[in-house]
Design a protein around this ligand. Structure first.
Ligand SMILES: [Zn+2]
Length: 244
């Protein structure tokens, strides 16, 4: 028994001397390789984070999908509206919220201005102009008052101008309302939404407010848009519209 053990130890000793270390250390080598792979990947991840990909503006333009068309036919479009649904486009875009975070919003506009609107909102993103909410009007059953009360930014809605029988530019997909609470409609007797009453003074810099001298108006003007805040009698500070 003692001799067998001695022989075994001798064989093991010879193997230890003869075999290359890679065979004996195989497992450790693999571990080292894994560690290398792990730690080499770290700098590239760190670089990606440093570039803050979440701060890049993203926008895409889509024809109106069947499920959205169904909602629109229910709430915001009906036969006789001055634009066909096939001439409208859905823009999905990123925007800065009042919470200083990036969100994704949706706007429906006329096909002819879709890429222009995408660029305008890219410029608004670059200056970090904040939006409280940006949902399609169908989220409010097509009810403009409900959308305004929710301080929602929206574009297309086949509706007439308040107090008139003529279609609003929104009915053509050629108008956008921005942060209605901070930028209310005011005709001298009515303020819409009612919570906009406290924002009729336009002198101070308030989050989400559009002022005559501010960057939002100058960006829209650059692209040939008109602003409701510049109208003489009725003021519609939330409203921008485009004539082609
Ligand atoms: Zn409007």
């Amino acid at each position: 028994m003692g001799r067998m053990l001695t022989a075994l130890l001798i064989v093991l000793g010879i193997l230890w001397v003869l075999l290359p270390p890679t065979v004996l250390m195989g497992q450790n080598q693999d571990l080292q390789t894994e560690q290398k792979a792990c730690c080499q990947a770290v700098p590239s991840v760190a670089t990606a984070n440093a570039m803050s990909p979440e701060t890049a503006y993203e926008s895409s333009i889509h024809p109106i999908a069947d499920n959205i068309e169904t909602e629109m036919r229910q709430f915001s479009w009906r036969p006789g509206c001055p634009v066909a649904i096939s001439d409208l486009r859905l823009i999905r875009l990123t925007y800065w919220g009042f919470d200083s975070a990036v969100h994704t919003g949706e706007l429906v506009v006329h096909e002819s201005i879709a890429s222009e609107v995408s660029r305008i909102f890219g410029e608004l993103f670059a200056i970090r102009f904040p939006f409280f909410s940006m949902k399609r009007i169908e989220a409010f059953s097509g009810d403009d008052d409900a959308s305004m009360n929710a301080n929602n930014t929206s574009a297309f809605n086949c509706r007439v101008i308040k107090g008139r029988k003529t279609y609003s530019r929104h009915a053509y997909g050629l108008a956008i309302d921005i942060n209605p609470v901070q930028n209310p409609y005011d005709n001298g007797t009515t303020v819409s939404p009612p919570s906009g009453q406290s924002y009729l003074s336009r002198s101070s810099e308030i989050m989400g407010m559009i002022t005559a001298q501010g960057p939002v108006v100058s960006i829209f003007y650059k692209y040939g848009w008109k602003w409701g805040g510049a109208w003489k009698r009725t003021k519609d500070y939330q409203h921008f519209e485009r004539y082609l």
